[in-house]
Write a protein that binds this ligand. Structure first.
Ligand code: ADP
Ligand code: MG
Length: 251
């Protein structure tokens, strides 16, 4: 699955939040979006996962314009782990993950044994199977995030959109989630807060600042002391560990 955004612009009242964003993630590529708070990462992702309609520009999935696709057919191609997940109703964990199956069903079609099998497997994958009957709203932020990932896994798509998916997670679960996502071998487009995680997992990174893309390339190309200083106003050193992996030290 290839994701492409072309010249996306969004304004809220007088404020232009996205000033013409173009990017792409090719098949099975893990693409990160970094940038300071308020630079427009979530707004851009919302345009891609159809929660927000851009003022101008277009999003394409495998060359098909999103606007011309039904919500159901785009949901078969692309799953989302958003930053905040609220339900107005008290769903159980299992019911939340079952929602991932709905794009694959006809209207009013019942959940099948196969659906339940996929849901159980997704819950096992994120190590939340023991929570299946718990009410989603009683879970911690990190547990909720893993359940939402299970919902995305149950959706069985070739593309995943993630908005700071490791936000509420401890370091073990941060690494586990990103390794799991990487191992799916699907196209991933993810806003990532932590530059070291971005360096470790992304094939390519886009850097956003003030509604624009200001840099793009491999982690090695993009994550330089100069760029980090310019974007985040902090001094940093790039070092290599004993395995040759790059790390950013804030000095
Ligand atoms: P990021 O995810 O990079 O932190 P966001 O995309 O959430 O940034 O926000 C970009 C800017 O747009 C921020 O200044 C934010 O306050 C503003 N913004 C986002 N959503 C809305 C909205 N619904 N109404 C008004 N301003 C918004
Ligand atoms: Mg955000």
């Amino acid at each position: 699955m290839e994701i492409k955004a072309e010249d996306i612009k969004v304004s809220f009242q007088a404020k232009q939040v996205l000033r013409g964003i173009s990017l792409n993630a090719s098949k099975k590529e893990f693409v990160g979006i970094i940038g300071p708070n308020g630079s427009g990462k979530s707004t851009l992702l919302k345009c891609i996962y159809r929660t927000l309609k851009p003022d101008c520009g277009a999003v394409y999935l495998d060359g098909l314009e999103l606007e011309r696709m039904s919500v159901k057919s785009s949901a078969k191609k692309m799953a989302v782990v958003a930053q905040h997940n609220y339900y107005n109703f008290d769903f159980s964990v299992r019911e939340v993950v079952l929602m991932g199956r709905s794009p694959h069903k006809k209207m009013l079609e019942r959940d099948t044994a196969e659906d339940f099998r996929i849901v159980e497997e997704a819950l096992r994958t994120v190590q939340m199977e023991a929570f299946a009957d718990r009410s989603f709203s009683t879970l911690s932020g990190g547990e909720q995030q893993r359940v939402i990932l299970a919902r995305a896994l149950a959706q069985q798509t070739q593309a995943l959109i993630l908005d700071e998916p490791t936000n509420h997670l401890d370091i073990t679960h941060q690494l586990r989630l990103l390794e799991l996502v990487k191992g799916l071998n699907v196209t991933v487009l993810s806003a990532i807060h932590d530059l070291n995680l971005a360096a470790a997992f992304c094939d390519r990174i886009y850097v956003m600042q003030d509604g624009r893309i200001v840099s793009c390339g491999t982690p090695k190309e993009v994550l330089t002391p100069e760029l980090i200083r310019e974007i985040y106003q902090v001094d940093a050193e790039i070092v290599r560990d004993s395995k040759g992996n790059m790390h950013i030290l804030y000095t």
